[in-house]
Design a protein around this ligand. Sequence first.
Ligand code: 3SL
Length: 240
Amino acid sequence: MSSSRLPTLDICFSPELLPVFNLQGRVAVVVDILRATSSIVTALAQGVTHLVPFSELADCQAMAAEGYLTAAERDGQQAAGVDLGNSPFGYLNGVVPVRGRGVAITTTNGTRALHLSAAAEEIVVGAFLNIGAVAEHLRQVGKDVVIVCAGWKGNFCLEDTLFGGALAARLQADFQTTDSDATLAALDLWALAQPDPAAYLLKSSHVRRLNYLEAHKDMEFCMRQDEYAVVPVFRNGQIT
Ligand code: 3SL
């Protein structure tokens, strides 16, 4: 009798829960829909050569001396003394030419989640903008997957969980998605958010935070699916 089994797909709702996950031998899909991973995906799709994620603002700022563009967000706003904030439109509006440049980046939650996923066999950067490309990559790799939601300052958030549900829905035929209550809950949330997930997300705390910061158009952009085919991978300190 064959012992083949489908690879598993689990969801870690917050980086604070990572200690109860074993990432060894697994692919981590790190997601911060609003807005770090959406911006990273956009940056690479617009010709940025690579990004270097930092936890500390000062370390990110110091990379300007090495010829890097610097991108930094704290509490939703662009930090002082850097070239870019955390809006994907920073890579699209042409104000700062980005093609062919390396970017040093630090954000409140997204870059932290990337570093905390270091034990994984591979760390993939996921967003709605590249969800189809990420799904296809995971099918090809065929290993167990943990979706790591960046959340907000350690808390659960709706937008990253919605992404987890959307990715699980796309992979249901190829992955075991019914063993984990977290995955089941995310699938249910994704179903509940239909037919208009962006409209559903209007109730989330981070969208209210971004509305206050007049970044509503960022939210609408970050909820677009399959805009880009890039599959960014974080290895050896760089996202390429
Ligand atoms: O925390 C983060 O990593 C950011 O994505 C937050 S914000 O969307 O820029 O406010």
